[in-house]
Design a protein around this ligand. Sequence first.
Ligand SMILES: Nc1nc2c(ncn2[C@@H]2O[C@H](COP(=O)(O)OP(=O)(O)OP(=O)(O)O)[C@@H](O)[C@H]2O)c(=O)[nH]1
Ligand SMILES: O=C([O-])CC(=O)C(=O)O
Ligand SMILES: [Mn+2]
Length: 588
Amino acid sequence: MTKNKNVLEWIEEMKALVQPDKVVWIDGSEEQLKEIRNISLACGEMEALNEEKLPGCLLHRTAINDVARVENKTFICSRKKEDAGPTNNWEDPKEMYAKLRRLFDGVMKGRTMYIIPYCMGPIGSPFSKVGIEITDSTYVVLNMDIMTRVGTDALKQLGDVSNDFVRGLHSKADIDEDNRYIVHFPEDNAIWSVNSGYGGNVLLGKKCFALRIASYQAKNEGWMAEHMLILGLENPQGEIKYVCAAFPSACGKTNLAMLIPPEVFAKKGYKVWTVGDDIAWLRPGPDGRLWAINPENGFFGVAPGTNIKSNPNALASTRKNTIFTNVVHNLDDNTVWWEGLDKNPPKNAVNWKGEKWDCTDGSKGAHPNSRFTAPAINCPCISSEFNNPQGVPISAIVFGGRRAKTAPLVYQARSWEHGVFVGSTMASETTAAAAGAVGVVRRDPMAMLPFCGYHMGDYFQHWLDMGKKLGDKAPKIFNVNWFRTDDEGHFIWPGFGDNLRILNWIIDRCEGKADAVETPIGYEPKPEDINLEGLDISMDTLKGLLNVDISLWKEEVAGIKEFYGKFGDRLPNELKEQLAKLEANLDK
Ligand SMILES: Nc1nc2c(ncn2[C@@H]2O[C@H](COP(=O)(O)OP(=O)(O)OP(=O)(O)O)[C@@H](O)[C@H]2O)c(=O)[nH]1
Ligand SMILES: O=C([O-])CC(=O)C(=O)O
Ligand SMILES: [Mn+2]
């Protein structure tokens, strides 16, 4: 498949380590994928679903102890400990390689080794990057085929002599939780993942490469790899403005990226186009603006809560050639179901654990982090720029998270520097996307806490440096919170499609068309500038959603100080100054 010696030598070295019975290069052809699909069905890794209702769709269940990313088993093994920083797990690379070599030694005896060349970003784009993943899992092969551009095209993109590819090694091994490791060696362009079969841990192009390794490369090469959706908002005049938004895992990126405008807006001609739902690679373009590509080729989306009302575009994306993981299997018609799909849970069904499921016993049928892997081309609102090798120009960057209190519905940073402060102090309640407690507020700067491949203090500095480079062409920065709750714990803001009302104000601000009021934390909309037409929400409720509670914000400042304390002298002075300014504003 390739003459590239760097690739071939590395493959030989890995082969000698894992000792497979058979080696298969993935070429990306339809015939080969069909074959692998059949192997996957025959060995029980996948089940085929109803060909009429869900053509080309497959069902997979992971082990019950292997259902989410494992942040405590995820390592950044830079040569020097301080380069991984205080927010990453670290071990000496020599020791880590030795430990992992023992786990990989002969691990593919009796198994097939699949070699997946893949390209992150459109084929032919100067911004795209190539990876090669070795795996013993047909689930990984079939998922990578949806999520990335796999096969000969990727090897062509790499060329015959380049050494610039990410070396990924994965084995399910025994799914032994105690020996599960997701390890990154940024200086070697290498990722080793073992004893897991869950998406975020094993689809190495995604979080491991496109965020952890890429963020390290981006810092060195002068660009940015971010946990962001990319959307285009089309106005009634047919102009499209592009927005990136960084929310932590399971906090609404896929939903915002595929938003359907409320009727009053749709009638006027507003539309949202999806460029990406999870990851953005951003670079200053020749015109000095910031341009973004989506390095992925599919969506690895949260299933629960996805329905015809909340996200019809995501649901439509999953109606063919999609892989479902850890959802309910409806045995009556061989389809799938999850909590929040509709009000009719199947009576004759198997839950995500593979057990007969009684939908009346109060237990969940689908895992809260159950997922669909859907091809981007299935999405009814996929942007015409999805494959544009130059990407799209970004007008606004939006940060956000789940906060029951404190953070208002929306506010704008006063400057890029202030925006970096806002992003660096983001906090959000934890979700089922990672193993561990759910609903605990934690700091998650730029939604990158689990995904930054180097010292986060240096990452903040890199953001500040990018702002200097972009100057007055830099996107404006905003913060949103769809998740404020009332005293009974209900979400106050309707969210989903109605988030367009906020996006609209954001774009108007970027265009200089909307006013704002100054608050201690930044600029807020005048309540009357948020269009509430057709929405059952009073002006008072909206004012409540925009309220800045001074005593809660003083607690917030204390939390930020504690968090910033971790970074020592690698915390940029600009951020210390922004914190002091916030504190002073709250005392005014
Ligand atoms: N209340 C409310 N819930 C939302 C909103 N947007 C998304 N959600 C819910 O949040 C959960 C996660 O949403 P996603 O859009 O899948 O989140 P994500 O950020 O793409 O998640 P990852 O794929 O883990 O990165 C789902 O259960 C949604 O129903 C909103 O505007 N309001
Ligand atoms: O990586 C995963 O498992 C899914 C995902 O998008 C996230 O957690 O942000
Ligand atoms: Mn994500």
